[in-house]
Each structure stands twice: as structure tokens, then as C-alpha cells.
Design a protein around this ligand. Sequence first.
Ligand code: SF4
Length: 498
Amino acid sequence: MSHLTTETFDANARAALDDKQLRGALRKATSMFGKRRLAAARGLENWEELRTEARAIKDEVLLRLDHYLKQFVANAELRGAKVHWARDASEANQIVCDLALQQRARNIVKSKSMVTEEIHLNDALQASGLEVVETDLGEYIIQLAGEAPSHIIAPAIHKTKGQIAELFTAKLGIEPTDDIDTLTSVARNVLRQRFANADVGISGVNFAVAETGTILILENEGNIRLTTSLPKVHIALMGIEKILPRFVDLDVFLKLLPRSGTGQQLSTYQSLITGIKHRAEDEGPEQLHIVLLDNGRSRMLAHPTTRQALACIRCGACLNACPVYQQIGGHAYGSVYPGPIGAVITPQLIGLSKAAQLPYASSLCGACREVCPVKIDIPELLLHLRAEITEGAEGRRQGQEAGGSFKKRTGERVAFKLFAAVMTRPRLYELGVKVGRLLQRPMVRQGRIGKVGGMLARFAPPLSAWTNARDIRPIAESTFREQWRAGLRGGTDSSSDI
Ligand code: SF4
């Protein structure tokens, strides 16, 4: 499924809707995560205050990001880390490949990290002749399957136990079994050997503290702790937005992230890494390289509406709450960032010209905004991006930067201009109602237009996109204004009916 792209979202979504097994797996997993999140949030009395505080901290960082980045770099390097700056994916991949080649690395272990998925690091390492193995169980499963993750925190959420059992039999040569303990222990045995032989460990970063130069990585399986402490060289990649000003700020985010992601009060392991080890008996790597990635984030930072997407802490709660994601899963988005947050981040990272369908992959119900621990107003962002697509201005800019062309939605713009013209002119509106009432007559069946009428359903798109699945109510025989003029204004019986 890794061939799916953002440009074919509509077709991808249709194919996903036909996949009953996928939809069953998604229903089970998203509802389980949703219930756990709710229970965990209700367990904290000051949940709403924490969300507000977290957003304020993120806003503070994003407004002075240059200052906090400099502070982080100074403190991390003071403690022995080496910080690298990467403007885009290709620079970041080059830095990591060069570091691994300098080490003559033969075995690279890697822990789950969305930013490494974003830059397609594994492909770059393999192209440089380097072998890398994913050590998070879900990531290991999809690496074996040759797929991309379909959820931010649960990459193999779309796979059933039976599918994983078949995969292990085919790829690892084990006897067929769907016993979860057996499958887990097979993966553990393979991965332990990899850890023992690893030259380089690669990880992502959940939070980076400017005040101390510390990076924090959360996990449940212990693989990150092994990835970052067994090999002599640790390379950590992070987006520039991961900075927090103070160590004490972690208290807020450690309460919000695990509860929003998996419904846990705290993830099983929290690895706080500050610099390198200085004595032989200490734990940790001899070299720590931290790669700070921009890759379009500065562009998002420039606008107050798009800036808020950089507050995302990648908990995945908005995916589980989204009625669109619940039906189609992550692969249909054609991007490593799926769901509501993916629909706003991806077009800004790769350009609206390549992801123009994604901001429309939402009913704007607001469920994502309700659950977001940092109160990102995703519907506002979606509308902002839709406006840019319709107006074309931002699209032209991004199209140039991304090296692609961009087509604005002229039809939609004209339709809304007409709508605005009619709705702001009462006489024109009334005339439109009268004409519409006449035109609709042949299409109304049983008080409805659409499937029941069997007329509009045959109409060409875009009208049929609605009527293929739903009816629409016809214009009323008499409008409220007409009733008002005909006597409702002076009537006395209507109020007694209420
Ligand atoms: S947008 Fe909010 S809910 Fe969605 S992944 Fe980011 S932090 Fe979590």
C-alpha cells in the first residue's frame, strides 16, 4: 500500500471503504483508544487547565523559537552532544547517512519516529548500502510487510492478528500460529540479537528542553532505551518545533501525552538523555548527534493560523476521534501524517499543489479539536487551507517553492461569490426561491429530491456526489417571509399553538 499518494486521496479513500477487514480493525482500535483516552482524561480534575497551560507553553515557544533553539543547542553541546541543522529531508538524510558511514556501521537499530518517516530515512540509508531494522513491534511488522505506518502511535493498527501471523510465517519462517505471546517472543528474539550487534541507534524525540539541552523520548516496549544506550553512537532526529523552554514544563506534557495517546497515566519508559556518557561505567552512547529538521516548518511558523499546527505533540487522539479516519485508516491519506492533523500538516510540508484533496477530507465536525490536548483548532486550519486553495494565492507561492504547479478552484470561488451576492440581496434571494421552486417540481418525489426522486442522482458531478447517497429537502411551498407577509405577523392563533 506504500504506493498510495496524497494526490490520489479520493480514489484511495474509496478503495479503503470497500475493505471490510480494514474497517473492522479500525473500528475496534479507534474506539478502544477513544474510550481509554476519555477515562484517563476524566481521571484528572484539572484536565482542561492542563490543556490550556500546554497550549500557552507551545505558543510561547513558537513565538520565540529562534531564541529557544539557540539555548537548546548551547546547552546540548555543553554536555557533549553535537547538533546538526537540516533545511529539508535530503539534508537530514545526508547528515545521518554520512554519520553512519563514518562509523562504518553494519547494523543500525531504529526506534519509532514520525520525523524519520517524514524524510523517508530508511530508503536513504538503504540507498547508501546501510541496513536498518525497526525495533518498535508495530514498526517492525510494517517494515516486514513493506508498508508505511497507518497511525501516528499505532503504526500497524490496520493489521489483524491473523495477518501478522501470516506475515511472520512468510518472512521469519516460523510455524503458523496466531498466539500473541509466541509472535511477540519471536520478534523479541530477532530484535535482541540486532540490539547486541548494533553500531548505531537512531531515534526520534518527543520533547527537547532548552534550559538543559535534554531530549525526552517516551515508549512502552523498552526498545528505545536499548536503541539509545547500547550502540556507541546515538543519532536523534527532531522537528524544530519539539522545544520546550523549561524542564518543569515536561510535567504538563507528561500528563497530557500518554493519556491522550494510549489512555495511560504515564508511558512505561521515559528516557531523558542529556549529553553523552563521560565515564566507562556510565550508561549511554559515546557520541550523541541531534539533527534539527526544518523541512517546511519555518513556512508554517510565519502565519498565525498555520503556526498552531506546530504545537502538535503527535498523540494521535484526533485520528481516533475523526469519523473520516475511523472509516478509511491512515494509508488512504498517502502521507506519513494521516487523519485530521495530517490533513493540515501534509499540504504545508509538501505544498498544496500535491495535497489539495486533504483539507477537504473532513466533515468539520470538530471532534479533533475537542480531544486535542494542546487545543489546536484543526477545523480552522482546514478552512484556512481550503481558502488558500480557492484563492490560489498561497498555492502559487507553495507551488513555486515545491517546484510544482497549482490550480485554484475557480468553480468553487465563483459559486461562493454568487451565493454571497444572492444572500446579501433580499429581492434577488426571493426571486431565486421562486425560480428554484418552479425548477424543482419535476424532481420532487415523496417530498424529497435525490435518490427517491431518481432524477438528480443521474446528474453529473458535483451534484451527484451528494445525491448518490442522500436526499435533499426541496424548497418549501411557502417561505417564512411569505407566510409572515400573508398574515402570520398579525396572527394570534400561532402563538397559542406553541
Ligand atoms: S493535533 Fe492534537 S490531537 Fe492530533 S496528534 Fe496533534 S496533539 Fe494529538
